[in-house]
Ligand binder design. Structure first.
Ligand code: ITT
Length: 194
């Protein structure tokens, strides 16, 4: 069994990722709480690239990190790369107030995963997007972050009203981790040296 570190402070992310990678029998995902600088940048990709460069000097085993954000069309993509700060300051209620009773509520979540293997210097980026809309009120107690106000396309429930497995079927993270899982399936496990 090979260990793959997931560097994140967010237990909810780890639970969702673990559900997606569980079928890869030879890999065990392990949450690692190490602070890394989340730089102020224009894209999630830049945040992830910087995080890899910082962490590769500290970790001796293969690792992943992930940056995600909520992009609201009517607010020109806000909070986007500022999603964590905005969540800490105004939260879901603040977002609902900004949108007021606006009918135009399209939004999407994006997830960017960075994978790095220090033994081979291999670096990979995997992305996933989930389109949907912002609800008119908070609904549900499952998940984390903006889940109670995001309704994915083709659903009437928010992510906050879904079990992990169901959220993963629609979510940005479900999609990016699906790509990571396919990458591991193709990679001969003997070559995944740890
Ligand atoms: P890390 O330690 O992995 O960085 P984080 O919670 O700070 O954990 P991000 O910076 O990637 O994660 O997330 C930015 C914000 O978006 C943060 O407030 C999250 O709660 C929120 N968010 C990310 N993914 C989400 C999801 O699937 N559902 C709801 N909110 C999400």
């Amino acid at each position: 069994m090979k260990i793959l570190y997931f560097v994140t402070s967010n237990k909810g992310k780890y639970i969702e990722a673990e559900e997606k990678l569980r079928e890869i029998k030879n890999i065990k995902l392990e949450q690692k709480r190490i602070d890394y600088p989340e730089i102020q940048a224009d894209t999630l990709e830049e945040v992830v690239e910087y995080g890899i460069e910082y962490l590769k000097k500290k970790l001796k085993k293969p690792f992943i990190l992930e940056d995600a954000g909520l992009f609201i069309e009517h607010l020109n993509g806000f909070p986007g790369v500022y999603s964590a700060y905005v969540f800490k300051t105004i939260g879901c209620k603040g977002i609902l107030s900004l949108l007021d009773d606006m009918e135009e509520r399209n939004a999407y979540f994006k997830s960017v995963i960075g994978f790095y293997d220090p033994r081979t210097n291999e670096k990979k980026i995997f992305k996933g997007i989930s389109k949907g809309e912002i609800s008119f009120e908070m609904r549900g107690t499952q998940g984390f972050g903006y889940d109670p106000i995001f309704i994915p396309e083709g659903e009437s429930r928010t992510f906050g009203e879904m079990e992990t497995k169901e959220k993963n079927r629609y979510s940005h993270r479900g999609k990016s981790f699906e790509k990571l899982a396919s990458f591991f399936k193709k990679l001969k496990i003997e070559n995944f040296k740890v």
